[in-house]
Design a protein. Structure first.
Lengths: 661, 151
């Protein structure tokens, strides 16, 4: 397809975004129903134009049109189809177009699903969404044109970085972008609510599904990325606290806080200004992440590919968005009056404490990520802030948070009772203590902290299950009644149980994989045996194999446990001629309770042996299992019937009051 | 996606290998080796972006790891090894910055914010409790109130 069509579609989308913001904001201000309605049409048209633009780019990759600079720089005719497609967002220009596409799609979704919103609110939300679109489409058109041509075109492309040629990474970026960009909708709702001076239970109910959707996507996107790092980088790490990861964790933490505080606004009409602040913050942090990564300030040593103009442009977008929105907040927020009263011990206070700890953790990640930049700018010399800092500070803030999680759902609104909550949690506390003590007794090595961590994970899991048991009055009413109550529970109730349970599962995975991992890193010749954890591993031989666009050395490792054969593992070292680079393809065997992980290193100096890295990681799969459970919890919450009131319904929503929890 | 760019840059600069820490480097004494690994995990690789010394495959990182082991074998304490490396390469190599006036904000900022936030919640909760529009009385409270008034 002709790339100029894509170029034209981008400019068309830009014009539509300008119209969308003008008609939405002016239309709402002037109370012009036709003007406001046209903002919805513009949002849908903008989404369509961006789908066309992105489709043209993907087609250029599929057809290996090397007359496009981005295709020549990031693709290769020999690449498998999936990675040709994924290559479309494996570079700066394409990823920015994906960003803009997501933004356009979210705008279109608001136009589609927002039919039951008050007309002016919907118009203003679309108007703000359009403004953000204008900024990013201008950025693409002026500094990052994905449709720039090469003349003459090269015969073949340079290929996508082989590290990125992986199914996990093909889906990781779009997922993450849905998360980042999803917070633009909560941002738009916050701005629109501030303009209208209307932040109430209905507002919170409209915002919550968007915040949930963004948070679910971020959870899965981060988990995908971490899983990829684990199996692709070849040394068994799953989280590195690098600025790029931190950039995705920041909006996740702010989003988690927002999900909780929005409940308070919805149920009790309190913490309004704070919730609006979080809605602004989550998107500001998404933008900050985009700036940090896209501008290259954090990778300045290797900033050969970065254009300073891009950094300045994104910084301008960031400053305008953050400055403008927080100024509006400072002006309008004092007018937001809460009507609710509640006792110091109550669900409201519990959620406020949850928010305090989550945002403090976010602040720690933010300070740690930016500190080296600030020090080098002010003092002119370099310091590093790495994993030891983040583990300590974020750990110290998460500890009280996780300890308090099971209490939260047990607290009644308005006036809670700590003694009663503790009374309902003694089974969970007992099981957690038992798990901790059993770990202490069973673990042959590893610090006592690990036993404490496992106890904490058990506390989270059992606490979440106690909450569910409490809701269905398990063992206090006949089982059939409990079962009937279970099927009648709201999606939000299941959601919070699952999300808190998932956090416990992930915690257990992190503790297990770090505290009890065993490793064997040694030079092995065919016939050598290495012992790692409960396994013994025999290197049978190393054979050359050929893939579609690479050649590789493949080791055959015979895995035995307790003398009996388990399976043959085949880690590889791949060489990609197109980019002249090597990757490791690890082999992982998982039992669900532990992973055994093998990576093939370099040939030894004598030429007959190979460096073989083996890691035994107890509970490691739980890290990602927990993330999936958390995301499922989010989906349950999203499916809650109450959230659809005020959303489009084919038939009239029955006018029955929602059950109180 | 954000990982992409950093890794892209990294991958282009570094010869990627599976092994970071190489088997030939290990010390024979497991206790000394454990100390060396722990120390390396807290040092920064100077040529790669955010990897620790223990994870990096770059030649300079290998040299530094060897240096750590030399100092340990020579009988240095952990603190002395650190001082030695900081003296040669600067504080940049420390992944856990030392507490100094320059890093007060880094170390104390999050906890300071926690305290301020806790104070704000305390103030907010007190104010909400003291609001004039108090909750309606329960039936039991109504009854007792009537008893008292009627007395």
């Amino acid at each position: 397809m002709n790339p100029e069509i894509g170029q034209f579609a981008i400019l068309l989308a830009l014009a539509l975004a300008v119209y969308q913001s003008a008609s939405g904001l002016l239309g709402a201000g002037l109370r012009g129903p036709r003007l406001m309605a046209s903002a919805s049409s513009a949002a849908l048209a903008q989404a369509a134009a961006l789908i066309v633009a992105f489709g043209v780019l993907v087609m250029a990759y599929v057809e290996s049109d090397f007359s496009l600079a981005v295709v020549a720089g990031n693709s290769n005719s020999l690449k498998p189809l999936l990675y040709k497609i994924a290559g479309a967002w494996g570079n700066h220009e394409g990823s920015m177009l994906l960003w803009a596409l997501m933004l356009g799609l979210f705008g279109g979704l608001v136009a589609l699903f927002g039919r039951n919103l008050p007309t002016t609110l919907r118009a203003r939300v679309l108007g703000v969404q359009g403004l953000v679109g204008v900024a990013f489409l201008l950025f693409i058109a002026l500094t990052s044109n994905p449709f720039a041509r090469l003349d003459p075109p090269p015969l073949d492309g340079r290929g996508l970085n082989p590290l990125l040629q992986d199914p996990g990474l093909a889906f990781h970026p779009p997922m993450l972008y849905v998360g980042y960009v999803g917070f633009s909708v909560t941002f738009a709702f916050a701005i629109a609510g501030l303009i209208e001076g209307r932040i109430d239970a209905a507002w919170a109910r409209w915002v919550r599904p968007w915040a949930l959707a963004a948070w679910i996507a971020l959870t899965l996107g981060i988990a995908f990325g971490s899983w990829w790092a684990y199996y692709e980088l070849g040394w068994g790490g799953f989280w590195f606290w690098d600025p790029v990861e931190n950039a995705s964790l920041l909006p996740w933490l702010a989003g988690a806080a927002l999900l909780h505080s929005a409940i308070v606004v919805e149920r009790r009409e309190a913490m309004k200004a704070w919730t609006v602040f979080l809605a602004l913050l989550a998107f500001a942090l998404s933008l900050l992440g985009t700036f940090l990564v896209r501008s290259g300030v954090l990778t300045s040593v290797h900033a050969f590919a970065n254009d300073p103009a891009r950094g300045v442009f994104i910084l301008a977008i960031l400053t305008l968005t953050v400055g403008g929105s927080f100024a509006l907040f400072a002006w309008r927020a004092p007018a937001l009056k809460a009507s609710a009263t509640f006792a110091p011990v109550s669900r409201e206070t519990a959620l406020a404490v949850n928010n305090l700890l989550l945002t403090s953790a976010a602040l720690a990640v933010l300070i740690g990520t930016l500190y080296p930049l600030v020090v080098s700018a002010l003092a002119g010399d370099a310091i590093s802030v790495g994993p030891p800092y983040f583990n300590f500070v974020v750990g110290a803030l998460f500890l009280p948070l996780l300890l308090l999680v099971p209490f939260g759902p047990m607290m009644a609104w308005k006036r809670g009772d700590i003694a009663a909550a503790a009374g309902r949690l003694w089974v969970a506390a007992g099981l957690a203590l038992l798990a901790g003590l059993a770990t202490l007794a069973l673990q042959s090595r590893g610090p006592w902290m690990a036993a404490f961590g496992i106890g904490l994970a058990a506390w989270l899991i059992c606490g979440a299950l106690s909450d569910l048991a409490e809701r269905v009055r398990l063992f206090r009413v006949p089982l059939t009644v409990s079962l009937a109550r279970l099927t009648g529970l709201s999606g939000a109730a299941f959601g919070s149980t699952l999300a808190h349970l998932g956090a416990g599962v992930t915690l257990a995975g992190i503790i297990g994989a770090t505290a009890w991992q065993a490793e064997s890193i040694k030079a092995m010749h065919p016939g050598d045996v290495a012992e790692v954890g409960p396994y013994s591993v025999l290197l049978e031989d190393v054979v050359p194999v050929t893939g579609p666009n690479y050649t590789a050395d493949q080791a055959r490792l015979r895995l035995e446990r307790g003398g009996s054969f388990v399976l043959t593992m085949t880690p590889e070292r791949r060489f990609f001629p197109a980019g002249r680079s090597m990757t490791t393809e690890t082999a992982i065997h998982t039992t669900g309770l532990s992973d055994i992980y093998a990576a093939l290193g370099e040939k030894t100096a004598d030429g007959g042996g190979w460096t073989v890295r083996l890691h035994y990681k107890p509970l490691a799969p739980w890290i990602w299992l927990g993330a999936i459970v958390m995301a499922l919890g989010g989906l349950c919450s999203l499916a809650d019937r109450r959230l659809r009131i005020g959303a489009p319904a084919r038939r009239a929503v029955p006018a029955v009051a929602a059950p109180a929890e | 996606m954000r990982r992409f760019l950093a890794l892209l840059l990294l991958a282009l600069v570094l010869p990627w290998t599976a092994a970071a820490f190489e088997p030939g480097e290990a010390l024979d004494d497991p206790a000394l080796e454990a100390r060396a690994r722990a120390l390396s995990a807290e040092r920064r690789c100077l040529v790669c972006q955010t990897e620790s010394l223990d994870d990096s495959a770059a030649p300079l990182a290998q040299d530094l790891r060897r240096l750590v082991r030399e100092r340990i074998v020579a009988g240095d304490t952990d603190e002395e090894v650190l001082d030695y490396i900081v003296a040669r390469y600067g504080e940049y190599v420390l992944l856990r910055p030392r507490l100094s006036p320059r890093t007060w904000l880094l170390w104390l900022g999050p906890f300071g914010a926690l305290l301020i936030g806790a104070g704000a919640i305390w103030w907010y909760v007190r104010r909400r409790r003291g609001s004039p529009e108090a909750e309606a009385l329960s039936a039991e409270e109504e009854r007792r109130l009537r008893e008292i008034v009627n007395d």
